[in-house]
Write a protein that binds this ligand. Structure first.
Ligand code: ADP
Length: 404
């Protein structure tokens, strides 16, 4: 084949649409240098004793340098080779290793820009080929003097090219997982917003009905509507948790801090929760000072912990709440006498969606978000939240919040 036809063939192969899509899908184009790739190019130069080594991903008009060792300026900074035709293009089009002892001796390569302008003499490059068979780019080494490549050296380069390919695949998997997570978060965000509006109207209408039934003394209806109100309240907690989750994820959990009496807040919560449970909620406090915090959010945390204390101790008859001053902090302890938590599960308790699995625990429903949201709220107040528990005997959830 004459030289012009060879160069035309290279161009056609490099511009192949499916190949270009595969390169784009690596999600590595224009990314910053990454240590995992840099380590491999450095190793290539060290093992093969070459002044230059690099990894490229080939687009239509440029060879993007994903990683390199020893490339001169301006390529080192720009991280792209646009002087074409290039050896990398030749490798990608032929999908085979290119091993040159002295490029000047080849009719095809002697006029390549890297030979004429950079002084490249010896070259060895391996194509990076995906499992689907697309040639993405190359892993190559360069020398400025002619050199006979040993068989072992080419084997080493092939192994390094395989490692580069593994790295590319890993990055692609990580990217896909990240994207899937983002879609899930987006779905939760939209779904919870969409659910909140009809739920709020439903709550209003049922409350109105409830008042009407009570006024007209329609006792049977009152009983039924009470059940609806209770279930709606449960649904409201779930949807609110999902909304909070998306706020936390988007760093949008804003705090409205005011100075207030924590005792009063705890008393209000107890009054409200006491109506929903047979557990006696006992309360002792020695705290005299006010705290500065988001009253509603702190109320949400305490409500959540007390509700959990009730929920996870069905056979117990009490929950004990203590409020004290401790080292310039307000400290709240919420103690239950329920199922308790195994030590191995305690560290994971505050992770999002985490729920303890086991025959005892599986009968309780929930999303596993309450403790995650609570810990985010407490952390954003520069406080601490932790749990002490004895499996089978009960748990104490503790919070500290800095006092003024
Ligand atoms: P949910 O209660 O909706 O599952 P949480 O985030 O509030 O979510 O709690 C996470 C998990 O921690 C629960 O599934 C439960 O296994 C465990 N847990 C929370 N509070 C208690 C408690 N007081 N006693 C025992 N286990 C608890």
């Amino acid at each position: 084949m004459d030289k012009n036809r060879q160069l035309a063939t290279i161009k056609i192969a490099v511009n192949d649409a499916a190949r270009l899509i595969a390169v784009k899908e690596t999600q590595l184009l224009n990314t910053d240098p990454e240590e995992s790739f840099d380590r491999l190019t450095k190793l290539a130069s060290k093992l093969l004793k070459t002044p230059i080594s690099f990894v490229t991903l080939l687009e239509a008009n440029r060879d993007f340098v994903k990683s390199h060792f020893g490339l001169p300026e301006p390529i080192a900074t720009q991280r792209e080779i646009t002087a074409h035709p290039s050896f990398c293009q030749h490798i990608v089009s032929h999908r085979e290793p290119l091993i040159l002892e002295d490029a000047r001796k080849s009719a095809l390569f002697k006029d390549f820009p890297s030979v004429l302008n950079m002084g490249v003499r010896a070259y060895a490059g391996i194509p990076l080929i995906t499992v689907e068979g697309q040639a993405l780019g190359t892993c190559c080494v360069v020398d400025f003097k002619p050199r006979k490549w040993k068989k072992d050296e080419i084997e080493i380069l092939k192994e390094l090219a395989k490692s580069v390919m593994t790295e590319i695949n890993l990055k692609q998997i990580a990217y896909k997982l990240k994207k899937e997570n983002e879609y899930k978060d987006e779905f939760i965000n939209i779904a919870s917003h969409e659910l909140k509006t009809p739920l709020t109207s439903l709550k209003l209408y049922t409350q109105r009905l409830q008042r009407k039934f009570i006024k007209n003394e329609q006792l049977e209806n009152v009983e039924d509507i009470d059940k609806v109100v209770k279930q709606l309240a449960r649904l409201d907690i779930l949807v609110t948790d999902l909304l909070d989750l998306t706020r936390i994820q988007g760093d949008k959990l804003s705090l409205n801090k005011t100075k207030f009496d924590l005792n009063l807040l705890v008393e209000e919560i107890i009054e409200s929760l006491q109506q929903t449970t047979h557990h006696k909620i006992l309360y002792q406090s020695t705290l005299k000072k006010y705290i500065r915090a988001d009253r509603e959010r702190i109320g949400q945390v305490i409500t959540n912990l007390v509700s959990n204390a009730v929920k996870y101790s069905p056979k117990a008859d009490k929950v004990v709440i203590k409020l004290v001053e401790n080292n310039n902090n307000a400290q709240i302890n919420i103690q239950d006498f329920g199922i308790g938590i195994l030590p191995k599960n305690i560290t994971k308790l505050f992770e999002r969606f985490y729920r303890v699995t086991g025959s005892k625990e599986s009968k309780y429903s929930g999303l596993g978000l309450g403790l995650y949201i609570s810990s985010e709220i407490i952390n954003s107040h520069h406080g601490r939240i932790w749990v002490d528990s004895v499996y089978g005997q009960g748990s104490t959830f503790n919070i500290t919040l800095p006092l003024q």
